[in-house]
Design a protein around this ligand. Structure first.
Ligand code: ATP
Length: 240
């Protein structure tokens, strides 16, 4: 593992009005890792990702990406730097075609010749998107929309991909396909991944390290395998 984290949250606090959603989150992600944040409904997982990509401002603390502080920056300035989020619920553009959604992912890129190569690479990763390329995003199945959301984010050529609940609302077979692709993106493209999931079993199997989030605070961090073997985690998050 590299000595310098590519992403680091230091004592991050965030709130929605009077509701304190994050109460001092500190975490590190090293280049090439898959790191999982697990936790129950409402624990603050999505808020952690949204603060990390500056969609939600923080009240206190620091967020560092690639050796620079990024808290306080505009969210839309981050994808060109290599930090990109796939939000919960996909948020693809339903009235644009698959091709157009992918083009928007490459909006900031100046290397237009490589954009076409990357689009083809997306079709290699997600062959179903090639079949659907002229279809509007809104006509795709949930699994296809999740694939499109991930592919659109990959079109930014991220160094770090933030994935919010990629399994949400999808059939088990499709979830497995998505996680196989997440594994490939990390292993073959070398993309670092911070993954938020309610499905702790899947997340910890995919990750090398994990953090447990409870009511806005990290209560445990460890190797993913150690967390998977922890009886308390198994009872609380793996339904045993
Ligand atoms: P889920 O898995 O349900 O998405 P989560 O772990 O991602 O849960 P968050 O969505 O980050 O949790 O929510 C953290 C806390 O902030 C919860 O108490 C939630 O009710 C509250 N919260 C989230 N979004 C808002 C909002 N827009 N306005 C007010 N409170 C919010």
């Amino acid at each position: 593992m590299s000595a310098q984290p590519i992403l680091e949250l230091k004592d991050v606090h965030a709130s929605y009005g009077n509701i304190k959603a994050l109460k001092g989150i500190s975490l590190k992600v090293y280049p090439g890792e898959i790191v999982a944040i697990i936790g129950a409904n409402g624990a603050g997982k999505s808020t952690t990702l949204m603060t990390t990509c500056c969609v939600i401002p923080i009240d206190q603390g620091e967020i560092w990406y690639n050796g620079e502080p990024i808290h306080g920056k505009a969210a839309e300035t981050l994808p060109p730097t290599g930090l990109c989020q796939v939000p919960e619920g996909r948020r693809i553009f339903p009235r644009l075609t698959v091709d157009e959604n992918l083009e928007l992912g490459a909006f900031y890129r100046k290397d237009k010749a490589d954009v076409e190569k990357d689009r083809q690479h997306m079709f290699d990763l997600f062959p179903i998107l090639q079949d659907r390329r002229k279809q509007h995003g809104g006509t795709l199945s949930g699994g296809e929309q999740q694939m499109l959301a991930i592919a659109r984010a990959l079109m930014t050529r991220p160094k770090v991909l933030l994935l919010d609940e990629p399994s949400l609302g999808l059939a088990p077979l499709i979830v497995q396909q998505i996680f196989d692709i997440i594994h490939d993106i990390n292993e073959k493209n070398g993309t670092t991944i911070l993954l938020v999931e309610q499905n702790a079993n899947l997340a910890l199997q995919a990750a090398s390290r994990g953090y447990v989030l409870e009511t806005g605070a990290i209560t445990l961090e460890d190797d993913a395998k150690t967390l998977l073997d922890n009886p308390e985690i198994r009872k609380a998050y793996l339904g045993e």
